[in-house]
Every structure is written in C-alpha cells, then in structure tokens.
Design a protein around this ligand. Sequence first.
Ligand code: 13P
Ligand code: SF4
Length: 303
Amino acid sequence: WPFHAPYISAINRLKKERGAVILAHNYQTPEIFHGVADFKGDSLQLAIEAAQSESNLIIQCGVHFMAETSKILCPEKTVLIPDSTAGCSLASSITAADVRALREKNPGVPIITYVNTSADVKAECDICCTSSNAVQVVESMGTDRVFLIPDQYLAKNVNRQTDVEVLTYAGACEVHERFTAEELRGYRRSMPDVQIIAHPECPPEVVDEADFSGSTKGMIDWVKTNRPEKVMMITECSMADNVASETPDVSFVRPCNLCPHMKKITLPKILDSLLYMQEEVTVDPMVADKARQAVERMINLKS
Ligand code: 13P
Ligand code: SF4
C-alpha cells in the first residue's frame, strides 16, 4: 500500500474537513474498502446507510445506480460519485418505457425492480429488492405471479425458492453471466476440497454447482462463519481480496471476473471528488418521489 498511502491520508483528512461520509460497495478495491470507506456493504446495506447517515455529503464508491439510490433516499443531501460513467449492464438493460409496456401487457401483476436499475425505472415499479431480500419481497406481494426485473438469472434463482411464479426480463450482469457450470465442475475435479460460493446473479446451473449462494454480504458472512480451508467466490474479484485480509486462516482460490464499472472508482478520483465536489448526482424530484416509494417500501419490509 505505500503507493496508496498519500491518497488515503489526504482523502481521510479532507473527508473530515468536509464532514463527508464515504459509502463503498463490497466490490470496491481493498485500498478503498479498507483505507477510506466509513461504511461498506451490499446493495441493501448501502441503501439503508444512505437513508440513516447524518452527514450532508455522501461520496458513493460504487456504480451510478447506487449513487442515484442514495440521492433518491436523501434528496436534501449532496451525493457525489467519483466517476459518473460507472454504469452497470443490468441498469442499462431496461428503460422506464420498457416497464410501462410490461405493465400494459400484464395488468395486475406487481413489478419488482432489482436495485440495479435507474431512478426512472424504479419510479415505474411497485417495490425494489436486492439479492439479499428478493424472496422476502416476492412473497410480500401477496399474488401468485410477480415480475422481478431486469435480471433473468436472479429471477430464475428466486423462482426456485418460492411458490410464487416469478416472471422476468432479459437483463444479465456481465460479470456473473460469464461463469459456467462446466467451469465449476472442472474446479471441483482439480480441487475436491474447495468450497464454492456463488452470487445469485449467476445462471441457475452455476448456482446448482455451488455449496452456497447469497448476496455479497451473505457470501462474506458465510466465509467468516464457516472458515473453510479453501474457498472460491464466484463473483467479482475484489470480494476475495477484501475478505482475505480479515480471514488469514482461509485460502482463496481466485477464478473471478472483474466488473469494469466498479473499477472506474479509484483513490485519485475519490480525492478529486472531495477536492472539487464532483460529480454531483441529481435525480428529477418527481421521478425521485416515485422511486423513493419503491425503495422505502423495500426498506420498511425489513423491520
Ligand atoms: P449485492 O452486493 O447486493 O449482492 O449486489 C451485487 C452487485 O452486483 C452489485 O452491483
Ligand atoms: Fe452491474 Fe454486475 Fe458490475 Fe454489479 S457486478 S455493477 S451487477 S455489471
């Protein structure tokens, strides 16, 4: 970390001066995750933290939909993202017009949006969900059928855990859809003692080959609780790097895929963000009001 140290100390100093809070997703690199983040977590935890934070300045280290979610929940706060081009293949797979068309063709079927969508899309949906509460949200709707958009694989994985029929859309995470069941079977053949854990954005046949599947927080908790000798996290590469420093007794085998969007956030950009108060995330207030209802309905389910 010697190369990172000057950035880390400058960011932490300026963060205090500005009274800012840095929220970092579990896919952020270790120097961000361990060096400057005030709060780290999965998508659900970050949404809750954004809502509860007392600071008026949020620096979102993650992708654009995460910063938008913070802005939706805290319209009065300034939300900055160090690189506003940090997108997401799921969020870009569906538009508000697509959701309106779905609703027109399927009257009465609730539409649940995965948190990985734009504010415009959330504003058209009934409720939001994340990978850690998707089954709970689906079952809370009280109907026989629901749409869970836009991640077709998450929806198929959830469909197998509930009696509710889960319809979906054609979106996919470009990081998780690349893993294959054959690849996992190959790892098992060469390392029979490895524990394999996979994110539910992976295709169902990949999840079938895993010993456990859960959100990024679920996967981290699983490693910390079970302390396997050897584990493979079928997800984004920074996950293993971030947990490894806290679990020196666990060895991480690393086939992983990088998320190019998450990796756009770097220490120099975070420093610039704090120095120049850039790049500010805005959401049209009318869109934000409607999107907030979907996100708050999900958060309120928790309690
Ligand atoms: P979670 O952290 O909610 O599991 O989401 C994973 C992800 O791909 C976020 O972009
Ligand atoms: Fe989107 Fe997948 Fe990257 Fe998460 S990992 S931001 S779902 S592309």
